[in-house]
Design a protein around this ligand. Structure first.
Ligand code: MG
Length: 335
């Protein structure tokens, strides 16, 4: 009994000492290094299965002011994000999107990429489109891979959300072309491929995944007030076939990003992802008058957010990220 008490006390001290050290020095890329995919799991440089959890910035063309060094640092230090997503708007008819103003887009995205490298947090370079622009995408990702591919921090997301009009065959062909281009310059960093119907038909992809390349994952998106058990059942089918999934966008409200915030269903989803060891990123750091925009308009663009300027979806997101990233770390060190 005495021995047991000693073990519990020792464990408690180990956790708190380790916890405080980590809180002052949370540098996910230093801990995990070069990512790799083994079977359907995301693994670190040592080959251990890991999770990445964090947030996506809103479209660069709508909320460019959040694309700065201080916001990245705050999201890492205070929200305990291990990954941050830069969502580069790249489709027609979008003011200041990559298609009409590439210089501005690059400036926003590269500011976040460089800040993430400095802060040692993983960063997703997201081609935020709803249609195919293969030549532009190849050119863009080749340039990113050439410039940043040596850094373990970089994750490429080559097509955010294909729609119901895009067949998997067509998406796959596009993905193979873009992946081949990236691999000319970067042989190893993680590449995430979009899936049909706004990243929800992962079951179709599981029947015919891309072959011949390493470190490829597929994206799954959900908005918990709209997508529930039916989508989880579809995901379960893909998991049975060992499809490597990464949730690059998710949140608790309706699929429009607005409407009712369904916290119990969001928690159900998060439990499901945790149980299946799937990484997740919440949408989004922005300040529009809608449920998914996490920050109030009076909040700063550079982090430093007190609770009263973080909207309910943002508070829940921060709570989930901090909780799971911290618990996960403790588990890893006790295994
Ligand atoms: Mg590399």
């Amino acid at each position: 009994m005495k021995y047991l008490t000693f073990v519990i006390v020792a464990l408690f001290f180990f956790c708190s000492v380790h916890g405080s050290a980590r809180n002052n020095n949370w540098e996910p890329v230093k801990i995990h290094g070069q990512l790799q995919v083994k079977g359907r799991f995301l693994c670190n440089g040592q080959g251990d299965t890991i999770f990445l959890r964090g947030v996506s910035l809103g479209w660069h063309n709508l909320w460019p002011r959040f694309y700065n060094k201080k916001a990245v640092k705050w999201l890492k230090d205070d929200w305990k994000c291990s990954v941050i997503r830069a969502a580069m708007g790249a489709y027609e008819g979008v003011e200041d999107g990559y298609l009409v103003n590439p210089e501005f887009a690059l400036n926003c995205v590269e500011t976040v990429v460089r800040a993430s490298i400095k802060e040692n947090v993983y960063v997703i370079i997201d081609w935020h489109a709803h249609d195919f622009y293969p030549e532009l995408a190849k050119q863009f990702f080749a340039s990113m891979a050439r410039k940043y591919g040596k850094n373990p921090h970089i994750i490429y997301e080559i097509f955010n959300e294909p729609t119901h009009e895009h067949s998997w065959e067509r998406i796959k062909k596009y993905a193979e072309e873009v992946i081949a281009e990236i691999r000319k310059y970067d042989p190893d960093n993680l590449i995430i491929v979009g899936t049909p119907s706004w990243d929800q038909h992962v079951d179709i992809v599981a029947n015919n995944p891309i072959v011949g390349y390493e470190n490829i994952m597929y994206s799954l998106h959900f908005y918990a007030a709209s997508h529930k058990e039916e989508l989880r059942n579809r995901v379960a089918k893909a998991l049975e076939k060992d499809l490597p999934l990464f949730v690059t966008e998710c949140a608790g409200m309706e699929h429009t990003g607005d409407g009712f915030l369904d916290i119990p269903e969001w928690e159900k989803w998060t439990d499901f992802l945790e149980k299946n060891r799937i990484s997740w990123v919440n949408w989004s750091i922005s300040n529009k008058n809608e449920t998914c925009s996490m920050i109030l308009p009076r909040g700063s663009y550079e982090g430093g957010w007190d609770t009263e300027v973080i909207k309910p979806a943002g508070q829940k997101s921060r709570e989930l990220i901090r909780f799971y990233n911290t618990v996960d770390k403790v588990y890893e060190n006790l295994r």
